[in-house]
Design a protein around this ligand. Structure first.
Ligand code: PLP
Length: 424
């Protein structure tokens, strides 16, 4: 059906008839001062709490209480291998073998660890290509790595920006740049989904063109994991990193993760920063002086794992697994399409949507720019109990998340601001 016809139904009808029934009841929805549920459009910053998270955390608190240190081996899900329970569902989300992924640390820490192994600059080939307006933490990490290798970030970092007047980066521009400068680029490191515009980058294509020129190609999946479908193994991506508190709903500061392609997982010549949790399990507790890594991504683990955080993440991953990312992604396109439709119809020329128009080139987030009434829109929505996000100088980011947001959320949000142009 034509989108505009489809979207002419009542929001509550759309909620009722959608091919994927809502999973909202599995989450705690924040409430405002009057005890009413907020419209939560900031899943791009902190995903909501799955109701089962508390149960799973409590289970581990009980194990700690009753078993003490023995819970490492005697708990129902022994702590020593608790992270392994998450490798399969994470592998399904990113399109990887369970041995290619590991849940550990936080994103920026993982980026540093991956760069130790995968950014091996030489005099001839030392540059790093990233997208312009990359997330600041990535920039800080990357510049510090460049400097640590003795190179000048000013000369070594190439940032690719949208062409004049555009908000998103064309794949052809990336292609041209790599064709021209690829021989000097050691690492291409791009986001799967840009945090500001919501643009989805063509991971497979970028990996291909990077590899043709001999570059290592890695991705930051902070805004991609749990948002779009990924096939990292088949796409031959070298490595990737992510956090789990955004679309993965792991909770504040929850454990992130890494993907390391199986082609690299057992390479003994790759330098790495090692720790005891990366050592072969059979001999780990013999406390031997020589490091003997577990083959695959697990070999990059440093420390024993934060079980309570992993327990929270497990609750969310079970939901992803039971529903399937393919179903979530198609619902996501319908929800975000509905938001776009209503915004364009009701606010029209008062705003511009800087996220790509093509649903394949964006995730669930729409970024809106309105130099005139943007602040007013933001303030009005906040006052009416919509949780949303403002990025200086003038961008509003709204993310209808298919796991817990509804068509009614979208409708009610736009209803609050549809007359705003007259009330300024
Ligand atoms: C959210 C986000 C981070 C956060 O990193 P942490 O180390 O987990 O705090 C880093 N990079 C990008 C692109 C992000 O979106």
């Amino acid at each position: 059906m034509e989108p505009h016809l489809y979207f002419q139904s009542d929001a509550s009808e759309l909620d009722k008839k959608d091919a994927l029934p809502s999973n909202r009841e599995h989450f705690h929805i924040p409430v405002n001062k009057n005890g009413e549920e907020t419209i939560y459009f900031v899943g791009h910053s902190l995903g909501l709490q799955p109701k089962l998270a508390q149960t799973y955390i409590n289970d581990e608190l009980q194990n700690w209480k009753k078993l003490g240190v023995d819970a490492h081996f005697e708990a129902n899900k022994p702590w020593v291998s608790y992270h392994k329970n998450l490798a399969k569902p994470i592998g399904r989300l990113v399109g990887a073998l369970p041995t290619e992924v590991v849940v550990m640390n936080t994103l920026t820490v993982n980026l540093h660890l991956m760069m130790i192994s995968f950014y091996r600059p030489t005099r001839k080939r030392n540059k790093i290509l990233i997208e312009g307006s990359a997330f600041p933490s990535d920039l800080y990490a990357i510049k510090s790595q460049i400097a640590w290798h003795g190179f000048d970030p000013e000369e070594t970092l190439i940032e690719i920006h949208p062409k004049n007047g555009e908000d998103t980066i064309q794949t052809e521009a990336i292609e041209e740049l790599i064709a021209k400068e690829g021989n000097t680029i050691a690492l291409v490191f791009i986001s799967g989904v840009n945090y500001l515009t919501g643009q989805v980058f063509p991971i497979k294509k970028i990996t291909e063109i990077g590899h043709q020129k001999g570059c290592v190609v890695g991705f930051d999946l902070a805004h991609a994991i749990g948002n779009i479908e990924l096939q990292l193994h088949d796409w031959q991506v070298d490595f990737a990193v992510w956090c789990s508190y955004k679309y993965l709903n792991g909770g504040p500061g929850c454990v992130g993760g890494c993907f390391i392609h199986t082609d690299h997982g057992s390479k003994s010549n790759l330098p790495r920063f090692s720790g005891w949790w990366g050592h072969q399990k059979a001999t780990r507790f013999q406390m031997l002086p020589e490091f003997d890594p577990i083959p695959g991504a697990e070999g990059w683990q440093l420390s024993n794992q934060p079980i309570l955080l992993l327990a929270a993440l497990r609750a969310s991953l079970e939901l992803f697994d039971s529903i399937g990312m393919d179903h979530l992604r198609s619902k996501s396109k319908r929800l975000t399409g509905y938001l776009e439709y209503l915004l364009l119809n009701r606010l029209g020329s008062n705003i511009s949507i800087i996220s790509p128009e093509n649903p394949e080139q964006r995730g669930c987030q729409l970024s809106i720019r309105s130099p005139q009434i943007g602040r007013h829109i933001y303030n009005t929505l906040s006052r009416h109990g919509v949780q949303l996000d403002w990025r200086e100088p003038d961008v509003i980011r709204l993310a209808p998340v298919p796991l817990y947001n509804t068509f009614s959320d979208v409708y009610n949000c736009v209803k609050i601001i549809e007359n705003i142009k007259t009330s300024t």
